[in-house]
Design a protein around this ligand. Structure first.
Ligand code: 5AD
Length: 357
């Protein structure tokens, strides 16, 4: 599919025509990654962050937010829950918290690997190459770092604080992850103020170019305590046809196109999508290209403080309730929970290509 066709689909409004896109994405999903829905248990280990991204509720400037760090025992308890419920992966996510030094993370990785046969995904922001290398050697398998938008001007606008690094730096980090042997995940937000269709089409093409193993796609949700959220809620005209709306429908379109263009990649039905449509956001995502869900295992008392955007889906539910709800969703979508680690088929395909062709 070329850029022209991507642009056509992004702007298509006809419901019947769009059914064609959903069916195509579902067909490709079935052919390339099958019926399994892989569960990745998400543990939000700290909401401290030294960065100041203009859209994110845990940015350092949000002084209204109560900050927390989970103890090692608390993290291990979450891992035990994941193990007990047959999850193949746990994800350690946090803001860029200097307290979690590279040594502390190495320690945590080793302890987790000792007690559970799970893949470990890290999502700890922009980190130096030495740390990334150390964590890989300690047993980390994957790393998630969204580039948020491939448009340089837009990226710079939403990362304009003095601590922020450039889009080039972000892309370079993703390439380093791949070089170090991580399964590399990235992704974007849909409907960032002033995001245009052309840049959204370029985002999808960049997914392909980076040859990503996981791609997270979620709608931008304004947080009232952030500069971008305030602008969005007070003065931004979100019905301007030139710009991408931060809607559920637009998110499905990007998700479906991404599945068609990157057929082997892992695509989660994101929490942001479940936040804008609690009842059926995840089911529809599963039917339009997604093959991964990340149940949130963070203890409720912390989870509600990991407020990157407001109204986060199932913020006050305990892991057990969340888990049962997700199993129900998978069944309702006519699919089965994944077995094993759920390694990236994209990576496996690349290994096979390298060795046998
Ligand atoms: N709305 C939607 N997604 C957000 N993220 C951060 N802030 C918001 C927001 N206000 C996403 C970013 C980040 C990921 C962890 O959460 O894409 O990479």
């Amino acid at each position: 599919m070329d850029k022209k066709e991507i642009l056509y689909w992004l702007q298509e409004k006809d419901k019947n025509k769009l059914t064609e896109l959903w069916e195509r994405a579902d067909f490709v999903r079935k052919q390339f990654v099958g019926e399994e829905v892989h569960l990745r248990g998400l543990i939000e280990i700290s909401n401290y962050c030294k960065k100041d991204c203009l859209y994110c509720g845990i940015q350092i400037s949000n002084i209204k937010l109560t900050r927390y760090r989970m103890t090692e025992d608390e993290v291990i308890n979450c891992v035990k829950f994941a193990k007990g419920n047959g999850y193949g992966t746990i994800v350690l996510q946090s803001g860029e918290d200097p307290y979690f030094t590279k040594e502390k993370i190495v320690d945590l990785i080793k302890k987790i690997k000792k007690i559970a046969d799970v893949a470990i995904t890290l999502s700890l922001g922009e980190r130096d190459e030495e740390s990334l290398r150390l964590w890989k050697s300690a047993g980390a398998d994957r790393y998630l770092l969204r580039f948020e938008t491939s448009n340089k001007e837009l990226f710079t606008r939403i990362h304009s604080s003095k601590q922020a690094k450039s889009l080039e730096y972000r892309i370079e980090q993703i390439k380093i992850l791949k070089k170090l042997g991580y399964e590399a995940g990235s992704g974007i937000m849909i409907g960032i103020p002033y995001q245009n269709y052309e840049s959204l089409a370029d985002d999808i093409l960049l997914f392909k170019e980076l040859d990503l193993d996981m791609i997270g796609i979620g709608p931008y949700i304004p947080h009232p305590n952030t500069p971008l959220g305030k602008e969005f809620l007070n003065s931004y005209k979100n019905d301007d046809e030139r710009f991408v709306p931060s809607t559920e429908l637009m998110t499905y379109k990007v998700l479906a196109l991404t599945r068609i263009i990157c057929p082997y990649t892992n695509i989660p039905a994101t929490t942001a999508l479940a936040t804008v449509n609690t009842r059926e956001g995840r089911i529809l995502a599963l039917k339009r290209g997604a093959n991964v869900i990340m149940p949130n295992l963070t203890p409720p008392k912390y989870k509600k403080l990991y407020e990157i955007y407001p109204g986060k889906s199932s913020a006050d539910e305990d892991p057990e309730t969340i888990h049962n709800g997700i199993i129900k969703i998978i069944k309702e979508a006519g699919r089965v929970p994944g077995k094993g680690h759920g390694m990236s088929l994209n990576l496996i395909k690349n290994i096979i290509n390298k060795n046998f062709t």
